[in-house]
Design a protein around this ligand. Structure first.
Ligand code: ADP
Length: 365
C-alpha cells in the first residue's frame, strides 16, 4: 500500500471524469458488435453515455458516486483483446471457454450440473498473459469487463472502498454478463488479515467476501435471473500461496498460466516480427526459440522491442537524417546483443514453487 495515498473523495459536482478522455471502443454487451476501432465515433460514445444513464436510473440503493467512478474508471472499453492476440496457452484458453465463454453465450445449455463457475483464479509467474486472457474472455463472451487491481482498491479508493466494492457487484449484476477482473488478488485476500494489517484493508476484504457470497447464494437460488449466474469474479495473481484458504476455496477453478513452451515462444516471436522489416531466417528464429527458454511472454516482448532498436542504435546521430527505407533490417545479432541485458525475469526456484502449488491446488485440465 502507498502510505501517501490520501482518502479519495469524489467532488460534489459531477466529476470531470464523466467526460470521456478518448473515444473508447466499447466492450459492454450491447455495444460489442462494433467492429472497427477506427470507427469509434461519437455515436458509440453517446450510446455508452445513454447506457450509463439508463443503468444509473435503474439501480436502487447504490452509492451514486461510487457507481459513476466504476463506470468511468473501472469498466474497460478500449482495445479489445481476442484469442488470436495471445500466443499459445491453448489449455488455458479451452478451460476458459468451457468455464466462462460458452456458458455466458449459451446460458440455456449451461444449467443445473452445467452451471458456470462464479470464481476463477489465473495464477503463474508475472508477464505470462493472465491479464490478456482476462480481457480476451471479456471480449469473446461479450461481457462487460470490470478491471481493477487489488492495490488500487485498497489505496486509491481508501475510505470509499467498501462502497465501491458494493457498487461494483451491483453494477456487475445490472450489466451482466459481466467479468469482475481483480489483478494482484492476493493482496486483497491475503492470509495476514489479522496480523497488524490495516483495519481498512480488513474491512474491504470482508465486504468483498460478503458481496461474493451473496452472488453465490443468489446464483444457487432456484428462481434466480439467469443474469446473476453470468457474473464471474476472475482473479489473477503471481503469489497464489498468499491467498487465505477460505478465499482460495471460492475459486472453484484455479488455472495455472505457465511460462511459454517452445511452440508458444515460436508463435510469439514470429508474431512480434510479422510487421517489421527483418532479416531473420527460419533457422535464426529456431535459435532464438531455444535461447529464450525460461523467458516469460512479457520478457520476449521486451527482448524484441530492444532488438528492434538495434538498427537505429547502429546509426547514432545519423538517425536524424536517415530515411526509413535506409534503416537496415533487424537481424539475429540484434536479438543476441539484447539478450545480454534482457534476461528471464522468473528464477528457476520461483518456477518450482509455482509448479508445486499448481500440483497441489491447481485445477487439472
Ligand atoms: P500477466 O497479467 O500474466 O502479468 P500480461 O497479460 O499483463 O501478463 O502480459 C504482459 C505483456 O506481455 C502483454 O502486454 C504482452 O505484450 C506480453 N505477453 C505475455 N504473454 C503473452 C502471450 N501469451 N501472447 C502474447 N503476448 C504476451
Amino acid at each position: 500500500t502507498n502510505p501517501s495515498a490520501q482518502p479519495q473523495r469524489n467532488s460534489p459536482s459531477p466529476s470531470p471524469r464523466l467526460t470521456p478522455k478518448t473515444s473508447p471502443k466499447l466492450m459492454s454487451p450491447a455495444l460489442s458488435e462494433i467492429s472497427d476501432p477506427s470507427d469509434a465515433s461519437e455515436g458509440e460514445e453517446d450510446e455508452w453515455e445513454l447506457k450509463k444513464k439508463d443503468v444509473m436510473r435503474k439501480l436502487k440503493g447504490v452509492d451514486q458516486q461510487a457507481a459513476e467512478q466504476i463506470l468511468n474508471d473501472i469498466v474497460i472499453h478500449g482495445d479489445p483483446v481476442n484469442w488470436d492476440d495471445i500466443a499459445g496457452l491453448d489449455q488455458a484458453k479451452s478451460s476458459l471457454k468451457e468455464a466462462v465463454v460458452y456458458p455466458f453465450l449459451r446460458p440455456d445449455l449451461f444449467m443445473g450440473l452445467r452451471e458456470p463457475v462464479l470464481g476463477m483464479l489465473l495464477f503463474g509467474p508475472p508477464g505470462t498473459g493472465k491479464t490478456m486472457l482476462a480481457r480476451a474472455v471479456a471480449t469473446e463472451s461479450k461481457s462487460t469487463f470490470f478491471s481493477i487491481t487489488a492495490s488500487s482498491l485498497t489505496s486509491k479508493y481508501m475510505g470509499e472502498s467498501e462502497k465501491l466494492v458494493r457498487a461494483l457487484f451491483q453494477l456487475a449484476k445490472a450489466l451482466a454478463p459481466s467479468i469482475i477482473f481483480i489483478d494482484e488478488i492476493d493482496s486483497l485476500l491475503t492470509q495476514r488479515a489479522d496480523s497488524g494489517e490495516h483495519e481498512a484493508s480488513r474491512r474491504i476484504k470482508n465486504e468483498f467476501l460478503v458481496q461474493w457470497s451473496d452472488l453465490q447464494a443468489a446464483a444457487a437460488g432456484k428462481n434466480t435471473d439467469a443474469d446473476v449466474r453470468r457474473v464471474l469474479v476472475l482473479g489473477a495473481t503471481n503469489l497464489p500461496w498468499a491467498i487465505d484458504e477460505a478465499a482460495r476455496r471460492r475459486f472453484v477453478r484455479r488455472q495455472y498460466i505457465p511460462l511459454p513452451e517452445t511452440a508458444t515462444r515460436r508463435v510469439h516471436l514470429s508474431k512480434l516480427l510479422s510487421h517489421q522489416k527483418h532479416a531473420l531466417t527460419d533457422e535464426d528464429i529456431e535459435l532464438l526459440v531455444t535461447k529464450t527458454e525460461g523467458y516469460s511472454g512479457s520478457d520476449i516482448t521486451a527482448l524484441a522491442k530492444d532488438a528492434a532498436m538495434g538498427p537505429l542504435r547502429a546509426l547514432g546521430d545519423a538517425l536524424l537524417t536517415t530515411s526509413p527505407d535506409q534503416v537496415r533490417p533487424i537481424d539475429v545479432n540484434d536479438f543476441i546483443a539484447s539478450m545480454r541485458t534482457i534476461k528471464p525475469s522468473v528464477s528457476q526456484n520461483n518456477l518450482k514453487t509455482f509448479e508445486e502449488w499448481a500440483k497441489e491446488y491447481g485445477s487439472s485440465g
